[in-house]
Design a protein around this ligand. Structure first.
Ligand code: DOR
Ligand code: ZN
Length: 474
């Protein structure tokens, strides 16, 4: 490959470049924000800035389809500077941020507020989710026009207590999104079952950690996943199932995929590596929605990753403060914990343990989300012409995760004390070095909105849609 010597700004030399289908020794040339060449070792001209990646692996930066950065509204838990600093230090170069902020991202004003926070502070590239709820169906198209990356529908309650939309509103929302090809992420848990069970347990005086799990049995997810798939299949809207935590609804997703429904699925490290066996150790810190379940679910989730039912790994990075997490009464512990900074070292440790290959890791952390969110091949791959979004990792140097070392405002991580055997050494976002030998060196404001091009929309049953039936006929 011919490389214009004048224009190479940075060369990564001596590393092993990983894609879902190969791991090859290659050097990577970067010109401006883009990768300009991936070439056999030793051929590329010398650049001003050289990274010695001898013995290291060169991966596409992770793309995390599920983070909560809390701003506007709860910046004391996290803001866009700290959340994206955590992402960068964890080798994550793109994030998709959730709308349960205050105000929730369901109006143009709220979106503008969030865009302002993000553009001023972000270290990594970002997509912003718009909310789909009962009262904002008429805003969805304007939110698309103004730059949301996709939508989030809270079918079940979680932090922020945004009420689940009615099925009627959800279906109408999907009808609209299907015409634009946008993907809707759902928090798939049935709210009325959960509310009734929690109320009964609270009335009976149950405040123990496992009461949270008892309030949200697997059937909540089975029912909600089934409903979301039905609406997506009927309307042709693209669907994304957030944080798959249990084995029970996997058959629905497998069948839906086999029928050609455009549904993508994520799971998170805590569902793959933890169970109720950790309850005594972690107590209320472990409270998360959906809950971490009994032993046995994790194995099924791993299998589902391997057979393609689950497409990708996300983190559901959900920062909270210590006083919000450490009550003896489980109902008073906020749900969730940070995860965007620890995902890559934790999952690479699993690679070292033989539970997945490095190529599969790249597939699940970068390639699949880039496809799902319409940003491939700009992102999610190391090849000439792509954005230079890169994580360079050392598969031989681990450490004990120490909450005090994390860049998130929240130190309430269930991963404190977890021994890793791999580390993120360098992170590049569109050609800029944002993490150098493990140290954040990037500047706030470097992160930009992710450019997306979703595949051609594939709406179905539009003749029976709300838009059609409200037309006056004579
Ligand atoms: O436990 C959770 N916390 N699950 C979610 O889905 C949302 C999150 C939050 O925003 O804190
Ligand atoms: Zn979440």
């Amino acid at each position: 490959m011919k490389v214009d010597q004048e224009k190479v700004d940075l060369v990564i030399r001596g590393g092993t470049v990983v894609s879902p289908s190969s791991s090859i020794k290659a050097d990577v040339a970067i010109s401006g924000q883009k990768i300009s060449a991936v070439s056999s070792p030793g051929i590329l001209p010398k650049a001003e800035y050289e990274i010695d990646a001898e013995g290291l692996y060169v991966l596409p930066g992770a793309i995390d389809s599920h983070v909560h950065f809390r701003e506007p509204g709860y910046a004391y838990k996290e803001d866009w500077a700290t959340g994206t600093a955590a992402a960068a230090c964890g080798g994550t170069t793109s994030v998709f941020e959730m709308p349960n902020t205050n105000p929730p991202t369901g109006t143009l004003e709220a979106l503008a507020l969030k865009q302002e926070c993000a553009s001023r502070q972000a270290h990594v590239d970002y997509g912003i989710y718009g909310l789909l709820d009962e009262n904002n169906i008429e805003n969805l198209e304007a939110l698309i026009e103004n730059g949301v990356s996709g939508f989030k529908c809270f079918m079940g309650n979680t932090f922020g207590d945004l009420p689940a939309p009615s099925d009627g509103a959800m279906l109408e929302g999907f009808e609209i999104l299907s015409r634009h090809g946008y993907r809707c992420t759902v928090h798939a848990e049935n709210p009325s079952i959960m509310a009734r069970r929690q109320a009964r347990m609270e009335a009976a005086g149950r405040t123990d950690t496992l009461a949270h799990l008892a309030a949200r049995p697997e059937v909540c997810a089975v029912e909600a996943v089934g409903r979301a798939v039905a609406f997506a299949e009927w309307t042709g809207a693209r669907l994304h199932i957030a944080h798959k935590s249990s084995k029970d609804a996997l058959y629905i997703l497998k069948d839906a995929k086999a029928r050609g429904v455009d549904v993508t699925v994520e799971t998170c490290p805590h569902y793959l590596l933890m169970s109720t066996d950790d309850t005594d150790r972690l107590g209320g810190q472990m409270r998360v929605n959906p809950p971490i379940r009994e032993p046995g679910h994790a194995e099924a989730l791993w299998e589902a990753l391997h057979d393609g039912t689950i497409d990708m790994i996300a983190t559901d990075h959900a920062p909270h403060q210590p006083e919000e997490k450490d009550s003896k009464n489980i109902w008073q512990c906020d749900c969730g914990f940070p995860g965007v900074e620890t995902q890559m070292p934790i999952m690479l440790t699993q690679v070292n343990q033989g539970r997945l290959t490095l190529q599969q890791y790249v597939q699940w952390s970068a390639h699949a989300p880039a496809h799902a969110w319409g940003c491939y091949p700009n992102k999610g791959v190391i090849q000439a012409g792509s954005d230079a979004d890169i994580a360079i990792v050392d598969m031989k140097s681990g450490s004990m995760i120490d909450r005090e070392m994390l860049h998130s405002k929240s130190k309430m991580t269930v991963w404190h004390g977890f021994q890793t055997s791999a580390s993120v050494e360098w992170t590049l976002v569109r050609g800029a070095v944002v993490v150098e030998k493990g140290v954040l060196v990037g500047k706030q404001g470097h992160g930009k909105p992710i450019q997306q091009k979703m595949p051609t929309p594939a709406p179905r049953n539009q003749e029976k849609s709300m838009e059609e039936i409200v037309k006056i006929r004579d």
